[in-house]
Design a protein around this ligand. Structure first.
Ligand code: BGC
Length: 468
C-alpha cells in the first residue's frame, strides 16, 4: 500500500474519547448530586469486586496532566462527557456553578493546547434524583434533558464546536432496562421500548434547544452517537437468518430508523410482544429533528444463531472459531467498521460521520515497570480498524474524524478496572499514567494524517518516544 492511499482528508480529526463517570472520580465533590452509576456501583454485587467510580482515574484533580498527555500523544481532538448531576444536582432546577466551572476549565485548557473538544451531554450517568421520578421511562425526561442541554450550551456553546446529545441509546436501554447489567439495573419487557422512545425524544428536544440559540449560526454542530454491530447469521439456515434480522432490528435499526425514517422497525413488535406499546405519531417529528452529524461507535460484530431461550430476541451470539477475540470476548472484525460506515451513509444520506469510539481491551498488567507498556495487539487492532475507515472514505463516506476508545484505562462499567482499553496505562495504586505502544503508534498515525498506516504495524521499539 502506498502512503498516499493511507492518507486521510485534510482536517481529519485524530482524537481519543473518555466519559465522565469512567475517569473523573470524586462523584459527589463540590455540590454534585449522585448519579445512577454512583448508586449502582455502591450496591453490592452490581460491579466486578464491588468497585466504584469514587476515585477512578482521579481526572477530577488531574485533568491538566491528562490534557498534557493528549498534547504529547498529538491528539487534535478529544471527546469527553459531562456529568449531568455535577451541573444540576437534582437533575433540574438549581445550577451548581462549581460543576460548570470544572468543565469550563477543561475546555479552556483543551483549546489552549489546540485540541478540538467534542462534548457528549449524556454518557449513562443520569442524576439519581431523576431516576427516582422514573428516569428514562418518564416522558418528562425529554424536557429535563433539553433544559440541562440548554444550560450547557449557554455556558460553553461559544467554545465547544461539536456536541453529542446521547451516547449509545442501545446500551442505555439494553443494559439499564432490559437485562439490568448496567445502571439503573432493571430487568423488564415493558420499560425498554418506553426508555428508548424517551431517549430519542430527549435527543430531539436538545437539538431544538441548540437551534433556539446562537450556537448553530456561529458554526457549532450537534449530533447523536449510536453504536452499531453487524448481525450476521452464523449459518444459512432460515431460522438463523431470521434470528440475525431480529438481533439487527433490536441493536441497530431500532434507533437509526426512528431518527432517519420516522418509524420503528416492524420486528420490534414481534420481539417485545405485549411489551411493545403504540407511540404517538407526532413524537417522530421531534425525534427526526435534523442534526448536523452522526457519531458511530464500533467494537465488534455479532455472529448470530436462533435460540428460543434467548429473551426477548430469540437470537444469540456464537463464537467464530477462526477469529481473534478481545479480553471481553468480542470478535476482532475490522471489516465491520467499513460495513457499518457504508450502511450508515445509505441510511442517513450525506450526513457527516465521526467514528466516536473504537478500541479494544486485552489482558494487561496492573503495574508497569519501565517507561512503556508494549501492547502489540491493540496496535494491530487500531491499524486494521483505521484502515477500514480509510476504505469507507475511499468509497465515498464522509468521515470527519476518528476517536480511539480510550485515552486512559478506566472504569469499564460493571467490569470495573481490570478491563483495560487505554492508550495510556493507569496504575490505580498511585494514578501514574504510562504510555502504551499504541499511544506512540497512534501519535505517528495522527502526525502523518494516516500515511504511517501504509507500513505494517511497527515494533514498539521502532517508534519514536513521546516528546516531553
Ligand atoms: C461505551 C464506553 C465503554 C466502551 C467499551 C462503549 O459502549 O460508550 O463507555 O467503555 O464501549 O465497552
Amino acid at each position: 500500500m502506498k502512503a498516499e492511499d493511507a492518507r486521510f482528508p485534510e482536517g481529519f480529526l485524530w482524537g481519543a474519547a473518555t466519559s465522565a463517570y469512567q475517569i473523573e472520580g470524586s462523584p459527589l465533590a463540590d455540590g454534585a448530586g449522585a448519579s445512577i452509576w454512583h448508586r449502582f456501583s455502591h450496591t453490592p454485587g452490581r460491579v466486578f469486586e464491588n468497585q466504584t467510580g469514587d476515585v477512578a482515574c482521579d481526572h477530577y484533580h488531574r485533568f491538566a496532566e491528562d490534557i498534557e498527555w493528549m498534547r504529547r500523544v498529538g491528539l487534535s481532538a478529544y471527546r469527553m462527557s459531562v456529568s449531568w448531576s455535577r451541573i444540576l444536582p437534582s437533575g433540574y432546577g438549581r445550577v451548581n456553578a462549581a460543576g460548570l466551572d470544572f468543565y469550563a476549565r477543561i475546555i479552556d485548557l483543551l483549546l489552549a493546547n489546540g485540541i478540538t473538544p467534542m462534548v457528549t451531554l449524556y454518557h449513562w450517568d443520569l442524576p439519581a434524583a431523576l431516576d427516582d421520578r422514573g428516569g428514562w421511562t418518564n416522558p418528562v425526561v425529554a424536557d429535563w434533558f433539553a433544559n440541562y442541554a440548554h444550560v450547557m450550551f449557554g455556558a460553553l456553546g461559544d467554545r465547544v464546536p461539536l456536541w453529542a446529545t446521547i451516547n449509545e441509546p442501545w446500551v442505555i436501554v439494553d443494559g439499564g432496562y432490559l437485562h439490568g447489567a448496567l445502571a439503573p439495573g432493571h430487568r423488564s419487557l415493558f420499560e425498554p421500548p418506553l426508555a428508548a422512545h424517551n431517549i430519542l425524544r430527549a435527543h430531539g428536544a436538545a437539538v431544538r434547544a441548540f437551534r433556539s440559540g446562537p450556537w448553530s449560526a456561529a458554526g457549532a454542530k450537534i449530533g447523536i452517537v449510536l453504536n452499531f454491530e453487524p448481525k450476521d447469521p452464523a449459518t444459512d439456515r432460515p431460522e438463523d437468518v431470521a434470528a440475525a434480522k431480529r438481533a439487527d432490528a433490536q441493536f441497530n435499526r431500532h434507533y437509526i430508523d426512528a431518527l432517519f425514517r420516522g418509524r420503528y422497525p416492524d420486528d420490534m413488535a414481534e420481539i417485545y410482544g405485549e411489551g411493545w406499546p403504540e407511540f404517538p405519531a407526532e413524537d417522530f417529528a421531534l425525534i427526526q429533528e435534523p442534526m448536523d452529524f452522526m457519531g458511530i461507535n464500533y467494537y465488534s460484530r455479532g455472529l448470530t444463531v436462533a435460540d428460543d431461550d434467548a429473551w426477548p430476541t430469540r437470537a444469540i451470539k456464537v463464537i467464530n472459531p477462526d477469529a481473534e477475540y478481545t479480553a471481553l470476548g468480542w470478535e476482532v472484525y475490522p471489516e465491520g467498521l467499513k460495513r457499518v460506515l457504508l450502511w450508515a451513509k445509505e441510511r442517513c444520506g450525506d450526513l457527516p460521520l465521526y467514528v466516536t469510539e473504537n478500541g479494544a481491551a486485552f489482558e494487561e498488567p496492573s503495574t508497569v515497570a519501565g517507561g512503556l507498556l508494549a501492547d502489540p495487539r491493540r496496535m494491530a487492532y487500531l491499524r486494521e480498524h483505521i484502515l477500514a475507515v480509510r476504505a469507507a472514505i475511499a468509497e465515498g463516506v464522509d468521515v470527519r474524524g476518528y476517536f480511539a476508545w480510550s485515552l486512559l484505562d478506566n472504569m469499564e462499567w460493571s467490569h470495573g478496572y481490570a478491563t483495560r482499553f487505554g492508550l495510556l496505562h493507569v496504575d490505580y495504586a498511585n494514578q501514574k499514567r504510562t504510555p502504551k505502544g499504541s499511544a506512540l503508534y497512534y501519535r505517528k498515525i495522527a502526525r502523518t494524517n494516516g500515511a504511517a498506516l501504509a507500513e505494517a504495524t511497527p515494533e514498539v521499539e521502532a517508534l519514536p518516544a513521546l516528546p516531553s
